[in-house]
Design a protein around this ligand. Sequence first.
Ligand code: ADP
Ligand code: MG
Ligand code: MG
Length: 311
Amino acid sequence: MSDSPIVIVGALADPHARAIYEGVRARGCEPVVLDAQRFPEDLPIALGEAPDAVVIEGRRVGRPASVYVRSLYQSPAAYGVDADEAMKEDWRRTTLAFRERSTLLSAILLRWEALGSATYNPTSLSHNITKPFQLTLLQAAGLPVPATLWSNDPAAVRAFCSEHEAVYKPVAGGAATRKVEAKDLTDERLGKLQAAPVCFQELLPGDDVRVYVIDGRVVCALRIVTDAIDFRQHEQRIEAIALDDQVARECVRAAEVIGLRYTGMDIKADRHGRYKILELNPSAMFLGFEQRAGVDIRGPLCDALVAHRSA
Ligand code: ADP
Ligand code: MG
Ligand code: MG
């Protein structure tokens, strides 16, 4: 085995980062933790100009064998970040400080990628994750995606919604998916698009399925049984299912097209029962799904991280 460490990027107070930390330790490796929540208040980091000159808490990390990226907690609005007080006091300074911090931390992850560390998942792919780009990459690769419009243009939205029974949801996230009703297409309501663009999408009325792919293999597929359009907080039951070979191949191909070693992707069936890809999440949560469906996702993920030690 090499001395190259396995690095966990995330706070141990974050249950997902902790689960991977414990899983890697249970496999006999002591991971290095880059706890981005402790930086810069409480975590000393020093970077030099050489790619591998990264010293965290006095330890020169060198070239990690593999890296699990839970989160860099990069924005004041990110999960696990509490910047309310600082933002109230001075939002300009706080925003700038977040940028300084996230610029340095991202550079560390980019260096490790450049040094050849197997990264779950690469920061350099953040553009591919952006949904209006992600779906177009999938579409261009010949994969099934729903008809979609991202827009602030009332005329374009009306035209789209006259062609499709549609839902609307945020471009980047932060709100639930809702069905487009006639009242959503009034001048007053569409005038709100001046504040922010919105994603309009063909309504997929069929099964909601979450598929986990690790290193080119479907680890499990879970069907979420619910009556709500947006399944979150409305799950009635989650059950492991077997995917058709063709759907499984499409999921593996999608992860490859976007460039993800690990993903939890959401697919949903149209009215003909044909699955279309809604999104691939780069840092997909897995604990709730494991618990409710009785599947193992962290095991294969930890195995994958540890396997690079002997590579
Ligand atoms: P997020 O990143 O917020 O999870 P998704 O695109 O996965 O965004 O949408 C969240 C959920 O909303 C989906 O899992 C699904 O239940 C529902 N949803 C999203 N798009 C559609 C759609 N086109 N038709 C029906 N339901 C949808
Ligand atoms: Mg989703
Ligand atoms: Mg998502």
